[in-house]
Design a binder for this molecule. Structure first.
Ligand SMILES: *Cc1c(COP(=O)(O)O)cnc(C)c1O
Length: 394
């Protein structure tokens, strides 16, 4: 059987499906350009204080249905401030999923507290809330609930588990701003919520973050921490100004990304091997910053996840292995394991993610992803041999 060069995987010498590579981020946005122009004209970009930061905070609070939003310099600092705001002190315990963004783990350590790592749900690969109760101790002060890779956690279940105990819920919505989970925006169901405006994120100012809460004692504690005659974790006027239109546009873009994901996953279903963590339901409008999949090499001729991702990336598609699980990259004396972590261990080796910018492109771009995956599947035995050869060479 012969095949033309263009049919072969790029990594085997064929033509890449997207020779120019994946689309960049952020996209060109006319409303952001208009803001930049007007700030350049007025000189407002150089001011410490102006109307844009307070206006953004007002709009973020309104968007999430909370009484206050405080902006700060990153999502990472927002998580730190949230933990401080709920009164996490040295020696306290903070429960989080073992498989979580690494700065969440580091933030707990930074406060002198102990991360207590619990496992993932076997289906959604989000925090397994049934593991919270057995992990509670007298020292548990807070639970960090992250929605990751398009999945969501039902925060009301977490609330039922902690009930009357003095344990705060920090809801990390950095990856799913605007998602709706049982009628509430992600970030609005905890005692305090967190969003990020980092450069790769769905609303972006390159850097930045915000803390959301309806509990005044939390926001007051945070203000006391950051206001030292000057704001120690500032977001600038120009950052706030370019974020403001993005808040208004978010729902429209999220809906487009959601439609793209539903179509893409319907196409991928037949071949198997890439199972999405979470699709929309009647009660959940997920939001996709990274679209997470469980990778099963058996559907790709036993290619390892790394071999699969390398071949897909060579086609110009932005797929990556997921991040590492915290229990596997930190010394065991730095945390306490709240039970077995088998699912987090599986996620560590088999999570694959698709980066979001392509989800706003035209239908062709989605078809290219399907074709790239089909091509890699079709040539999996040759790809496997090639990897075997290079392994033997090295
Ligand atoms: C990106 C991210 C953060 C941190 O946000 P930065 O603005 O990059 O510091 C925290 N949690 C999760 C889940 C994230 O994805």
């Amino acid at each position: 059987m012969s095949s033309s060069i263009s049919d072969r995987p790029a990594i085997l010498g064929g033509q890449p499906i997207r020779p120019a590579g994946p689309p960049g981020w952020p996209r060109r946005d006319e409303s952001v350009l208009a803001v930049l122009q007007s700030m350049a004209d007025s000189g407002d970009w150089g001011r410490y204080h102006g109307p844009h930061v307070p206006e953004l905070m007002r709009r973020l609070a309104e968007f999430h249905g909370v009484t206050q939003a405080l902006v700060c310099c990153s999502g990472t600092s927002a998580v730190e401030l949230a933990l401080r705001g709920v009164g996490v002190n040295p020696g306290d315990e903070v429960i989080l999923a073992a498989y979580d963004f690494k700065s969440n783990f580091q933030n707990v350590l930074h406060l002198g507290a102990v991360p207590v790592l619990i496992d993932l749900d076997p289906v959604t690969w989000q925090m397994n809330v049934s593991r919270i109760e057995p992990a509670l101790t007298d020292r548990t002060r807070a639970i960090v609930v992250s929605h990751l890779h398009g999945g969501v956690v039902d925060v009301s279940q977490v609330r039922r588990i902690v009930k009357s105990r003095q344990i705060a819920i920090v809801e990390d919505a950095c990856q799913n701003p605007g998602a709706i989970v049982f009628g509430r925006r992600a970030g609005a169901s905890g005692d305090v919520g967190v969003v990020s405006f980092g450069g790769s994120k769905l609303w972006t100012a390159g850097r930045g973050g915000a803390v959301l809460s309806s509990r005044a004692e939390i926001t007051e504690r945070i203000k006391r921490h950051v206001l030292r005659g000057n704001d120690a974790y500032p977001l600038s006027e120009i950052q706030a100004a370019i974020l403001r239109p993005q808040v208004d546009e978010l729902d429209v873009f999220n809906a487009r990304r959601r439609r793209a994901v539903v179509w893409l996953c319907s196409q991928l279903q037949a071949g198997g091997g890439l199972v999405p963590l979470q699709l929309p339901t009647d009660d959940i409008d997920p939001v996709y910053y990274k679209l997470g999949f469980r990778y099963n090499g058996a559907a790709f001729g036993d290619l390892t996840r790394e071999q699969f991702v390398e071949a897909i990336r060579a086609e110009g598609i932005a797929m990556d292995p997921g991040f590492r699980s915290n229990h596997l990259i930190h010394a065991s004396r730095r945390f306490r394991a709240g039970g077995a972590l088998d699912e987090a261990t599986k996620a560590d080796v088999t999570m694959v993610t698709l980066y979001h910018p392509v989800l706003l492109e035209e239908q062709d771009a989605l078809e290219e992803i399907v074709n790239a995956i089909r091509k890699v599947r079709e040539f999996s035995s040759e790809l496997k041999e090639r990897s075997g050869d290079s392994a033997a060479d090295s």
